[in-house]
Ligand binder design. Structure first.
Ligand code: NI
Length: 157
């Protein structure tokens, strides 16, 4: 495993569409392991592959219950609304108020190549939406209602 460099806003790669993963190869497994190590090292709760310069549809999330690996993720259902403070490892030193659905149901492929569904509320729902946006070149600052003073306690995704 190895730490990868986190790309910062302004880097073009963060604005591109990531590509579907066709097959779970050893290289993909190594990439996921590196993403997990890099996310924990940065004290993040989520990381998308484009954030380390890889245009593949892979995100990892840990909201305190262990790492969730989502390959080729898609949101199937969203409902409710929450408004809260969001941060991003690619936008250091900033945070903003963002509206998100309070509940999402998503589908993804795991490292074994199996399709699974996951349901999340509150922080998990927010993290899923935030990370999936990264795969489509979107950052939370595009949709934030207002930017607020950075607080180190904020979750960085
Ligand atoms: Ni982010």
């Amino acid at each position: 495993m190895a730490l990868r460099q986190i790309r910062i806003e302004g880097d073009e790669i963060l604005r591109k569409n990531a590509r579907i993963v066709e097959e779970i190869t050893p290289k993909i497994k190594e990439l996921v392991a590196d993403m997990i190590e890099t996310m924990y090292h940065a004290n993040g709760v989520g990381l998308a592959a484009p954030q380390i310069g890889v245009l593949k549809r892979i995100v990892i999330i840990d909201v305190g219950e262990g790492p969730i690996v989502m390959i080729n993720p898609e949101i199937l259902k969203r409902s409710g609304e929450q408004e809260g403070i969001e941060g991003c490892l690619s936008v250091p030193g900033k945070s903003g108020i963002v509206k998100r659905p309070n509940y999402v149901k998503a589908q993804a492929v795991n490292l074994e190549g199996d399709v699974y569904t996951i349901e999340g509320e509150e922080l998990l729902a927010r993290a899923i939406c935030h990370e999936l946006d990264h795969l489509n070149g979107q950052l939370y600052i595009d949709i934030a209602e207002e930017m607020v003073d950075y607080d180190q306690e904020n979750d960085q995704e």
